[in-house]
Design a protein around this ligand. Sequence first.
Ligand SMILES: *[C@@H]1O[C@H](CO)[C@@H](O)[C@H](O)[C@H]1NC(C)=O
Ligand SMILES: *[C@@H]1O[C@H](CO)[C@@H](O)[C@H](O)[C@H]1NC(C)=O
Ligand SMILES: *[C@H]1O[C@@H](CO)[C@@H](O)[C@@H](O)[C@H]1NC(C)=O
Length: 252
Amino acid sequence: MELLALCWHPLWVPCTLVLSVVLWARRAAWRPAACPVDLRGKTAVVTGANSGLPLTVTPEGLSLIFATNYLGHFLLTNLLLDAMKASAPSRIVNVSSFRHQAGEANVQFLSGKEQPKNFNKAYNSTKLMNVLFTVELARRLQGTGVTVNALSPGMVHTEIMQNFSWWVRLLFHLVGILFLKSPTQGSFSTTYCAVSEEVEGISGKYFDSDCRLALPSPLARDPAVGRKLWEASEKLVGLHDGGREPASRKVA
Ligand SMILES: *[C@@H]1O[C@H](CO)[C@@H](O)[C@H](O)[C@H]1NC(C)=O
Ligand SMILES: *[C@@H]1O[C@H](CO)[C@@H](O)[C@H](O)[C@H]1NC(C)=O
Ligand SMILES: *[C@H]1O[C@@H](CO)[C@@H](O)[C@@H](O)[C@H]1NC(C)=O
């Protein structure tokens, strides 16, 4: 009874409003328009994630959520690599998430041979794979003039929950309007990695949602795990050159 009374206490309204104003003021602090930009070469932003997909396996033998949030990005990036190298200095930017910290780097998840215990674990693991891939790709791209970094956009009010039930979406939109970043604000750390002069020459790093260089989790930095994930991903998407010998150099 007392708990119920607490839930309906009128102080909740002003407290919520004050908190949302404070958060609003804080997240408007960085202005992309004031960021010095000197873009040469090309930039590829690799993004796209969904967190409400079922843990099903596609007819190709891929886990739907891992294919959507990670393997598709892996393949696209690899297919773009020759173009990126030809237009160096160029940048690849991978949109990950702070939630990578609770991910698991189990390559059996990719094919659905093993399943994460729930959606949340699956989402977290795909975001860990995004960072592992970034670190491994940066290693493979050393000396090519192509840099690759990953970032967390923070908690952003987007359509990411579109495959959840209506009441989860309603709750997300209510919380989103008050507390989460707008899609524009959520794009700041991505834009920063893609165009800012300060990031020029930096590769294999992770930026937080305030555009600060941050350390990803120890697992995300483990080179052996990164290499194993890369090799498993290559097999699954049918890339067999090992990614070490740049195709453009072979042609030239
Ligand atoms: C996913 O990550 C979030 C944020 O790090 C964490 O709070 C949550 O417990 C994780 N979920 C699972 C199932 O690991
Ligand atoms: C997720 O939602 C989108 C938009 O409503 C829809 O097009 C898509 O088919 C849904 N995916 C699944 C797996 O339910
Ligand atoms: C960014 O970096 C690599 C892989 O995902 C690229 O191959 C590409 O995979 C992209 N996204 C990542 C890191 O997940």
